[in-house]
Write a protein that binds this ligand. Sequence first.
Ligand SMILES: Nc1ncnc2c1ncn2[C@@H]1O[C@H](COP(=O)(O)OP(=O)(O)O)[C@@H](O)[C@H]1O
Ligand SMILES: [Mg+2]
Length: 256
Amino acid sequence: MSAQALLKVAGLQMRFGGLLAVDGIDFDVRPKEVFAIIGPNGAGKTTVFNCVGGFYKPTAGDIVLDGHAINGQPSHQVARRGLVRTFQNIRLFKQLTVLENLMVAQHLKVNRNMLSGLFATPAYRRAERAELERAAYWLERVGLKDVANREAGTLSYGHQRRLEIARCMITDPRLLMLDEPAAGLNPQEKIELQQMVDGLRNEFGISVLLIEHDMSLVMGVSDRILVMEHGKPIMIGKPDEVRNDPRVIKAYLGED
Ligand SMILES: Nc1ncnc2c1ncn2[C@@H]1O[C@H](COP(=O)(O)OP(=O)(O)O)[C@@H](O)[C@H]1O
Ligand SMILES: [Mg+2]
């Protein structure tokens, strides 16, 4: 089971001064799996993402992506191995257009030779055309074609969320990490988000690591769920096991 994991996290710990924000966290994410992390605010969910994504260097533990130890590696290096994320607070280039956001994302991935850009060689123009085609594909795929030339900052919240996901997907990831993607979405947008996550997994064979408070989304889309409280794990289980676990009901879902 663990041999075939795409991502394996073992004994993860993150200490901020006197605060043990994450401690003793173990989980793995399998190919094509949607794996969710839930828990009350402050439980340490985003900190787990920050450790896995290379934004924090964990104080202890192992993070292995497809057989490579990635703990302590910077986020751009982790991204090149196929692990990308969205942020709890949307981070787009708000003054750039929707299309430009998708072009920039590819440049970060392709890491193109600057000189070939300056001289606009045929190879450069070919690469640029391919990038434009990919961007057009993703605009269509996430339903943003009609707003391609709008500044990203002027989009509705739901559209910004979709653009963030497209910006991740255009780099051809193997593991997509989504931090509260349904926050601020209306019920219809949440349904569309769930269909999108499911569709991306099925179509592209990616794995998804999801932090989310919306229980109907979590229960509907996840294969397995890690429940955290105060930085520690409560349990890992399938949606039905989690939903019916008295510890989870007490800690998270509330007793009322
Ligand atoms: N960079 C940081 N410096 C200090 N404390 C932090 C930092 N990031 C998170 N924390 C603290 O770690 C705990 C877990 O936070 P977080 O991972 O954001 O929780 P969650 O995403 O589950 O709401 C909180 O007490 C938070 O204040
Ligand atoms: Mg968080």
